[in-house]
Design a protein around this ligand. Structure first.
Ligand SMILES: [Zn+2]
Ligand SMILES: [Zn+2]
Length: 282
């Protein structure tokens, strides 16, 4: 049994490998909120964070939805914002009621979405849906440190390098802006927090293509690896833009990049969503 290294009072619930600290639930939350707040500054996301913000919980994060909501709420304290939610249909109602009692939550909207086995495609579909359904212009969509690698692997495996863009901290499309202040947050830490608070929901989720590799890649390795792969990813994105400048265009529906001719300025993922009558989104 360890005592929390930070507050020196509470019992530790988690060994935080990044820092070598043993943390209690409270200090773990504080640390996660600090990463989120820092990212707003580091990636220039500060923008118009007054008024309304929508937190979009990706379907694959339904299990940790309460933890994510709590963390964003804590990070937004002190900003004059109302937090609305766009969450997967299968998030249990009693959990939401609970959260509404303790947090300042505005409108809650549910969505169901077509599942893709490719992470980069799924993120694009989510943005497409959120642009249509969001009740505010600023949307926070959490994609975490390890998931950036999944995005990279997925896009490259499908020979769609432009789709790496789903790990960008900020994406603008139409009158909406997607912010991702979770870019430096480790998925492992958020799961630990959800577990510590007994708020890890038992909701089934499908695995993405190559997702099982992540554990093998990151296990028993230091945090440097998680940050360094991303530098490569961002450089790759810059190189693509520099090299193929005239060939890269941005989708009007999801804000994603596409190389080569795209019909009506809409990417291939969004085109399919529009054409396929079975792709019922809500
Ligand atoms: Zn503590
Ligand atoms: Zn698109």
């Amino acid at each position: 049994m360890h005592i929390c290294t930070v507050c020196q009072r509470e019992q530790a619930v988690y060994y935080h490998r990044f820092s070598g600290d043993y943390l209690c639930a409270k200090c773990l939350k504080k640390r996660l909120v600090k990463y989120i707040k820092k990212a707003f500054k580091k990636y220039g996301l500060a923008g118009p964070r007054v008024g309304e913000i929508v937190l979009l919980i990706p379907q694959h994060h339904a299990q940790i939805a309460p933890a994510l909501i709590e963390l964003v709420d804590a990070a937004e304290r002190g900003h004059a914002t109302t937090l609305h939610l766009l969450i997967p249909q299968n998030t249990p109602n009693n959990i939401l009621k609970d959260l509404k009692l303790s947090l300042n939550i505005g409108v809650v909207k549910h969505y169901t979405i077509e599942q893709s086995y490719y992470f980069d495609v799924q993120v694009r579909i989510l943005r497409h849906v959120a642009v249509k359904e969001s009740t505010a212009n600023t949307i926070i969509m959490p994609i975490m440190l390890e998931e950036g690698l999944l995005c990279l692997l997925s896009a490259l495996a499908r020979a769609k390098p432009a789709y790496i863009d789903c790990l960008k901290p900020k994406i603008e499309v139409a009158d909406k802006v997607f912010l991702n202040p979770f870019l430096d947050v480790s998925l492992e830490d958020v799961y630990a927090y959800a577990r510590a608070k007994k708020r890890l929901l038992r909701i089934e989720r499908h695995a993405y293509f190559l997702e099982d590799l992540l554990l093998a890649i990151f296990e028993d390795r230091g945090p440097e690896l998680r940050y360094s792969y991303r530098r490569v990813a961002f450089q790759l994105l810059d190189a693509l833009k520099a090299r193929l400048e005239n060939l890269v265009s941005k989708c009007h529906r999801c804000g994603g990049l596409e190389i080569g001719y795209v019909e009506g300025g809409i990417c291939r993922v969004c085109q399919r969503l529009k054409v396929d009558s079975n792709a019922k989104i809500f």
